[in-house]
Design a protein around this ligand. Structure first.
Ligand SMILES: Nc1nc2c(ncn2[C@@H]2O[C@H](COP(=O)(O)OP(=O)(O)OP(=O)(O)O)[C@@H](O)[C@H]2O)c(=O)[nH]1
Ligand SMILES: [Mg+2]
Length: 208
């Protein structure tokens, strides 16, 4: 789901059709590839380590918690899964795969809609936040390109004035996605966003 503009190890893709194809043509196979490391850790490490045991005991549950954390599930989810097992004496280690499958299904089923709230004919502003390196800038580029292709006017506000070269990075993505960018390096982030919204209001744009 990333590096859409890369082709044959190169950073640049030239034609418009190639850019569009590589940006949105991610398939289920590429998603599977992206999460293959997590799947490998879950199946090969967690399941195979646990399912041969006779009973769940504190050592196995502690090991399992560590392995779930290593499989990128995060500390809080890993702890809540192992705590559930601690409280349920009726589950055998041989059933751990089925148990995990059901847990993940319940979590995924309970997630809300990921549809963007968009109103036609109005200025739509999206604030993208997240932990470092989570893929915010890449997501902004993907969304900007998608909106531009569907005929909307898009303005990117280079509000990350803190991280080194963040504005330059967004600038490159704005060029690739062929959308406008509002950039004023080195000043307060809120001021950049304020001015960008002012500019976007004049043109009725989508603003990130
Ligand atoms: N596996 C994977 N990697 C991604 C995805 N989106 C972005 N990346 C990669 O993750 C790295 C960070 O992506 P950015 O978009 O710069 O992340 P960011 O949240 O803006 O990072 P900061 O601004 O530094 O906090 C880059 O190498 C991207 O190519 C994704 O959906 N999946
Ligand atoms: Mg970023």
């Amino acid at each position: 789901m990333f590096n859409f503009f890369k082709k044959n190890g190169s950073e640049s893709i030239n034609t418009e059709s190639e850019k569009q194809k590589s940006l949105w043509n991610f398939s289920f196979e590429s998603l599977k590839k992206t999460i293959s490391n997590t799947t490998h850790n879950l199946i090969d490490n967690v399941v195979s380590t646990v399912e041969s045991e006779e009973e769940f005991d504190d050592f196995i549950l502690d090991d399992m918690e560590d392995l779930l954390i290593k499989a990128d599930l995060g500390v809080s989810l890993s702890s809540s899964i192992t705590d559930k097992l601690r409280k349920q004496s009726n589950i055998k280690p041989s059933e751990v795969k089925q148990f995990l499958k059901q847990e993940f299904k319940t979590i995924l089923d309970s997630t809300g809609s990921c549809e963007l709230n968009y109103t036609q004919g109005m200025l739509n502003i999206y604030l993208i936040t997240g932990v470092n390196g989570a893929g915010k800038t890449t997501l902004i580029a993907k969304l900007a390109n998608k909106f531009r292709l569907s005929g909307q006017k898009v303005l990117l506000a280079a509000g990350d004035t803190y991280r080194a070269a963040a504005e330059e990075q967004l600038d490159i993505w704005a060029k690739r996605a062929q959308v406008d960018i509002y950039r004023k390096d080195g000043i307060d982030s809120a001021a950049v966003v304020f001015d960008a919204i002012k500019k976007a209001k004049r043109k009725i744009m989508i603003c990130f």
